[in-house]
Design a protein. Structure first.
Length: 189
């Protein structure tokens, strides 16, 4: 059997890094992406990608196609996490840059899925997984973010699942649940 191939976006730390490590331990070839990534170890391929750059994202999936000839799993995990994310202020007193998570988070997941879909559909068991954030179920970013980011990502998952349902009935969406992001523990992103 061929080694399964995955792309995990936003895998330089946190949940993405953990997901990539689990896949590597299970024998997958894993392309890990992020603005700053390090060698993930045997079976892993570190690819620096700024997920706000559509051209760079396209190049990533061309590289996967050229090097591996297949893709079995895409994990959309990249997100733009701002230092002020958990400041105890109303959203209008926080930096407008918090909205960057709509570009690297929501939009970047769509762009990665768009590029990955042909590779995933070429195999017989392609899967796109989306991670979420504790901020989708608690006050973290302000009421606008919670309403505007969680629902579209859920709807994006449903829509993309509907598009590929004819060929594959494998889909998933999950969040870290009560996982505590590093930023909540005083770490800088």
């Amino acid at each position: 059997m061929d080694t399964p191939v995955a792309v995990v976006t936003g895998a330089s730390r946190g949940a993405g890094r953990g997901i990539a490590a689990a896949l590597l331990a299970a024998g997958w070839k894993v392309y890990v992406t992020g603005r700053t990534v390090t060698d993930p170890g045997p079976g892993g391929v570190a690819v620096p990608v700024d997920h706000s750059d559509d051209v760079a994202v396209g190049a990533l999936f061309r590289r996967v196609a050229d090097e591996s000839g297949r893709l079995d799993l895409l994990v959309n995990n990249a997100a733009a996490i701002h230092d002020a994310l958990v400041d105890p202020k109303p959203f209008w007193e926080k930096p407008i840059e918090l909205a960057d998570v709509l570009d690297v988070g929501l939009r970047s997941a769509y762009v990665a899925s768009w590029h990955a879909a042909p590779l995933l559909l070429a195999g017989d068991k392609g899967l796109i997984a989306f991670t979420s954030s504790p901020g989708s179920v608690c006050y973290m970013h302000g009421p606008t973010y919670k309403r505007e980011n969680r629902k579209p990502k859920t709807e994006q998952h449903r829509g993309e699942s509907d598009d590929v349902r004819v060929r594959h009935d494998q889909r998933t969406r999950d969040g870290p649940g009560r996982a505590q992001p590093r930023i909540d523990r005083g770490h800088k992103p």
